[in-house]
Design a protein around this ligand. Sequence first.
Ligand code: AMP
Ligand code: MG
Length: 655
Amino acid sequence: MGSGMTMNPRSQDRSALEQEQFLKILSREDALARFEAALFPRTIPSEARKLADALGAALAEDVTAPIDVPPFDRSNVDGFAVRSADVVAAGEGAPVRLALNGETIHCGTAPTLQVAAGSATAIATGGPLPRGADAVVMVEHTQPAGSDAIEVRRATSPGQFVSYAGSDIARGEALLRVGTIIGSREIGMLAACGIAEVNVARKPRVAVISTGDELVQPGRPLTPAAIYDTNGAIVAAAIDENGGEAIFLGAIPDDEAKLEAAMRNALADADMLVLSGGTSKGTGDLSHRIIGRLGQPGIIAHGVALKPGKPLCLAVCDGKPVVILPGFPTSAMFTFHDTIVPVLRRMAGLPPRSDAKVNATVPVRIASELGRTEFVMVSLVEGRGRDGLIAYPSGKGSGAITSFAQADGFLRIDALADQMPAGTEAEVTLFTPHVRVPDLVIVGSHCTGLDLVTAQLAHAGLTVRSIAVGSLGGLAAARRGECDLAPIHLFDDRSEAYNTPYLVEGLELVPGWRRMQGIVFRKGDKRFEGLGAKDAVAAALADRACIMVNRNQGAGTRILIDRLLGGARPEGYWNQPRSHNAVAAAVAQHRADWGMTIAPVAHAVGLGFIPLAEEHYDFALVTARKDRPAVRAFLDALASNEARAALERAGFRPA
Ligand code: AMP
Ligand code: MG
């Protein structure tokens, strides 16, 4: 235990408590309450900091003003120090003549002569008032009368244009309170009092360890089956954002001895330890067992009714918090913010976080697991509702990282609810201090070509939000007036036409581009090389060792595949990923031998490609929004030579 810490005695029997934790998933509130009870109250260590280094730190004690500010009675204007009784009756028609004393008081000059009755002393703004004077007359309200006198033409009362000593800050006054975050204004107040150094809460040193055999640090080449360590970077940054000092110790393999050594090392040096990964069932016992050996009381909660974030593990080892965050980055981020940030900020002497919140209408139903507090990331767009906002759930599951960039904030679904019905007015906690409603909202099917067009808008300072919900979801959003444009690629079997048959009143078609769909295979595969699409599929079906990769039901590509297969169900048919890129990855990585994707994706991965049919990727434009500047900018960009050339280079064919 660190020196100076006071711990709350825990009344419960430790081993009974531990057993209970293994058996029981705690509610978020229970888990937090137990965690905080094991950590607080405690003494917050402090350190002296030079003013220049104190920005952002929290004051560890009240600061009392050591001097008066201003330190003397000071003139607020350029003019003359006078005795107000001499000029109380002065006016335009009744000027009063005063003899000038033989000195001028500049800033930084201490007066030497007394202002006697009938006299005045020239004084500059900021100059100390001389003995005898009790007011200042502005130079504009006087006139020279010869070389050694003035005439005052304005009545003057006592105290006029004088700031009295201590009127700004009085000696002995509480200047700043403990816990105040030092910003430029606070630094100014401290400097005005001549304070060069303050006692601030020492930043808690937080060791960060990622766990997993599969982790590679960014900057290194990715090996097969490996992924980049994302949590290390997220957690370290979030610690720094919330008043801690992160010490990132890298990724440790799933090896008990190595992990224990790393954890002991970390705790010897740090005030807190945050790990990620290895808490799910099966592997979970590893870090568990180690924590039990690191100090008392050990694990406080393992398993919290949070989504994402159920496998969260909270422990205290000899006064130091030890946390194991779930492995999925989104889960790690939410659990960190929800349960670790409050504790970290308290340890850092900071007040609780005050995130901005807004109300927004949720346009679609969000299913939720009963019994778990659920966090859902949302993108905000303009719309109806109390705050005029609509919140689109933007999560792609707890493994997705892009939702961070797309999301403006998150909403919470209570543990007792099994859904949030469409139309709910929900409270959204913002990731940023203010709502940033985008200039252009695109909701529908995503295509990499879209970025090539919107790049121009971004360069022109317009913000574009594109929310991928598929073609049909986009059309629904457009009908509800929640977006400007809905990109769609929907084939109508009856009319054998793309997109136009799906438009309803209020929507009009803006032609986008064509995407060539075709068979992908690894270059050099003799089964496909040089064949047409139909022959290639026939060859694949003839070889029982040949594995395909399909697409999900509802995808335009899937319709083409099923037509080509004509009822055949070769091996791999049930592997049905949801993106063009996943198909290419499966073939490139030898998990499948062929599939169907679009030409730009096949070429980007260096795969062989047999063209089959062109798909039309167009935009359903909400006619009522046609004249918005951002919509016009988009239409201009779409028609520009620049965008058309970029689309062609990427393998698309502009309409
Ligand atoms: P685990 O809890 O260790 O089983 O991890 C659950 C999932 O999160 C796995 O897919 C891991 O590969 C992934 N994961 C764990 N740690 C990290 C990390 N530091 N960065 C990115 N993904 C991770
Ligand atoms: Mg792991």
